[in-house]
Design a protein around this ligand. Structure first.
Ligand code: GLA
Length: 337
């Protein structure tokens, strides 16, 4: 893993179709890349220094060997160390909304990693980005980075976190997908994400197995009602991923919509990661002509909703950012000089 000198890389965002909070539980997920992306350009700078100039987050400078400062600079310094880079000046631009549940941090990490010349399988690069996010203070799973790194044009990424396998599934033309912002933004680091992870870990410890490998009947062994609800979300969500994979293959919009609605109810009632603002925008979308199902996507506690709909209709909510999902290629180095 050696830096290339100068480069420009692009990385898109991630929308989870189904399989939320399953990655850190050895479960399954289906994801797709957004049309919007983060663009990072890298060139050499001053010794033992990383300088970031971000159109969204501002400017920051840090030592690479002893990083300090906001998360985005600490993350860049961590990736510079992995790449064997001792001096970096990077600019960050793009049109991916930040803190909207579309993995803007993973998109930034992947773009920086690729611009720095970090190479390997999608899993290798994803792990380097995950480790850098941890160094910068957020203990995320591998869902976002893997979707971004493995996404191909017109495709959905099908992930199994037990065996860490990655497959591609063509997006059927009978299915329309859009993502709509709720207007409530938050960063994963500032949400109850870490609490949910700890609750899932406690349930798994009691059951003696990762929740992604547990059957619904095994949950009888959990007597704490909160842990039971968190575990029931993860176990039922993995089953919904299997159903959604079939619906996507068959172009069965009605079944997919039904699964999205069930997934949302599970996030709201069992995982408790919805909010009143999310529910209000969801109610508005659910009643629209041609809409088959709507669910919260991403870490939750605000962010975006995924809508499955008749591909002939355009969904929108006045005053809310909205984008059609056609399955973009996820990440690449666009130039090295
Ligand atoms: C965030 C994390 C991911 C995943 C999702 C929830 O986006 O970065 O690893 O856990 O939340 O599915």
């Amino acid at each position: 893993m050696v830096g290339t000198g100068r480069a420009r890389a692009e990385a898109h965002g991630r929308v989870t179709i189904l399989g939320e909070h399953t990655d850190y539980n050895e479960g399954r997920s289906l994801g797709i890349a957004t049309e919007q992306c983060t663009v990072v350009t890298y060139e050499p700078g001053r010794p033992d220094t990383v300088e970031v100039d971000s159109s969204a987050c501002g400017k920051a400078t840090s030592s690479i060997s002893h990083p300090e400062g906001p998360a985005f600079i600490v993350l860049a310094a961590a990736l510079a160390r992995v790449a064997g880079i001792n001096d970096a000046r990077i600019t960050v631009e793009g049109d991916l909304p930040l803190g909207a549940g579309l993995s803007s941090s993973a998109s930034y990490a992947v773009a920086v990693a690729l611009a720095f010349g970090i190479e390997g399988t999608p899993l290798d690069v994803a792990r380097a980005c995950q480790a850098a996010e941890r160094t910068a203070g957020t203990d995320v799973g591998l869902l976002d980075q893997l979707v971004i790194l493995a996404a191909r044009d017109g495709c959905v990424v099908d992930l199994d976190f037990a065996g860490l396998t990655i497959r591609s599934l063509a997006l059927n033309h009978a299915i329309g997908l859009s993502v709509v912002e709720t207007g409530e933004r938050r960063l994963v680091a500032d949400s109850a994400y870490a609490t949910r992870r700890a609750e899932c870990a406690a349930a798994a410890e009691q059951l003696g197995r990762a929740l992604g490998r547990v059957h619904i009947e095994d949950l009888e062994l959990l007597d704490d009602p909160v842990l039971l609800r968190r575990a029931r979300h993860v176990v039922s969500e993995c089953e919904r991923v299997d159903g959604a994979r079939r619906a996507l293959r068959d172009g069965d919009l009605e079944s997919l919509g039904h699964l999205l609605d069930e997934g949302h109810a599970s996030l709201r009632d069992d995982f408790e990661s919805s909010t009143p603002a999310v529910e209000a925008v969801r109610d508005e979308l659910s009643s629209q002509q041609g809409v088959s199902g709507v669910r919260l996507t991403g870490a939750g506690f605000g962010g975006c909703l995924l809508v499955a709909h008749d591909p002939a209709v355009a969904v929108s909510v006045p005053g809310r950012w909205c984008s059609r999902l056609t399955g973009s290629r996820g990440a690449w180095v666009s130039s090295t000089r």
